[in-house]
Design a binder for this molecule. Structure first.
Ligand code: TXA
Ligand code: MG
Length: 320
């Protein structure tokens, strides 16, 4: 079982243990402000391979490479003008940029899945920052969940899903945002590959125009945009306006009229706050999954963070 380290900011023990494990090539559970990641040295092929093995992820799926600041990012990726503008506006923070890989590259091919592009991000979480600065190599880190399943937003989620497959989990408390980063591909026209914690509206303000959508060009979609993803083991239906017999309810705002008939009710935000709903989404899915009843999910307004929440729920609901 993985060793669990507390990592309150300022306490060194956990960060030092994490850095030592990473230097030895190990895979660890790493907190970020979005979700917990499964991190390893992005320059070591065997370490990156160990991430795929732990996650049981199809190996064509490239990973996000995490660095401490924009200068480190520029060493790995050709951000260009637009990339730098986006970095300035949103880093450190929950935005991932997909940009041309700068060659020659120290990054293991397996981390980029051999693509000519690389996904980079500068996390804001202070513990993640401390670890990145302690190791001084980039960290490949997908979300710390078995491939296709619900993402992890607490150290306990990581332990229960992957604790027997990794060495160490750093616990920095529940993820502040609770939803993965937004992924934007930099190109002729920037493309929103994955809606996420930075809203489309906020990005478009900096870009000064509309973002393109995946599938519209030759560029490969983010493979994490697999139709079925983020899935609980029980079935889930979306846009529910009533609860059917035997279902649990994933509510948002005032619950549906017959909510009292639900096996269990979890409300993402009773007040209809999208930020609160984002932080609770993956924990709520896990909680309802543990109960075992099929889930009826109420609809979420498609604005701001609601776009990303709706995206995750649609994928969780997709036929597998
Ligand atoms: O918030 C996050 O982004 C979290 C935390 C841990 O940082 N990480 C995360 O990683 O969500 P993951 O591996 O679950 O999702 C990464 C996504 C995948 O959909 C992958 O296909 C896409 O990034 N991606 C990575 N490199 C890419 C590339 N060169 N081109 C297009 N998509 C890429
Ligand atoms: Mg993921």
């Amino acid at each position: 079982m993985a060793k669990l380290y507390g990592a309150a900011v300022g306490s060194d023990e956990g960060v030092l243990a994490a850095a030592a494990a990473l230097r030895a090539g190990a895979v660890i559970g790493l907190p970020t402000e979005t979700v917990y990641g499964l991190a390893a040295d992005a320059t070591r092929p065997e370490s990156v391979a160990a991430i795929f093995a732990a996650k049981q992820r199809p190996s064509f799926n490239p990973l996000i490479v995490h660095v401490a600041d924009v200068m480190d990012a520029e060493e790995l990726a050709e951000l260009g003008d637009l990339g730098r503008r986006l970095a300035e506006a949103f880093w450190p923070g929950p935005l991932t940029l997909v940009a041309p890989l700068r060659r020659p590259s120290a990054i293991a091919d397996l981390a980029t899945a051999g693509l000519a592009t690389i996904a980079v991000r500068v996390p804001a979480n202070l513990v993640a920052q401390q670890v990145l600065r302690a190791v001084s190599f980039p960290l490949a880190a997908p979300s710390a969940n078995p491939s296709g399943r619900v993402s992890a937003t607490t150290a306990a989620h990581v332990l229960s899903d992957l604790g027997d497959r990794i060495e160490l989990v750093l616990d920095a408390g529940p993820s502040a945002i609770g939803l993965e980063s937004t992924i934007v591909a930099i190109g002729q026209r920037p493309i929103l590959l994955r809606p996420g914690a930075v809203s489309r509206e906020a990005l478009e303000e900096v870009v000064g125009g509309r973002l393109g959508l995946p599938g519209s060009g030759a560029r490969p979609d983010a493979p994490g945009m697999l139709r079925s993803h983020y899935a609980p083991t029980v079935s889930l239906r979306i846009d529910a306006t009533t609860v059917d017999p035997g279902e649990s309810l994933l509510a948002f705002g005032p619950p549906v009229g017959n909510a009292n008939e639900a096996v269990e009710v979890v409300n993402l935000s009773a007040t209809g706050d999208l930020g609160e709903a984002a932080t609770r989404l993956f924990s709520a899915l896990r909680e309802l999954d543990d109960i075992g009843a099929p889930i009826a999910a109420m609809s979420i307004p498609e604005r701001g963070l609601g776009l990303a929440i709706g995206d995750r729920l649609r994928r969780a609901a997709a036929r597998r």
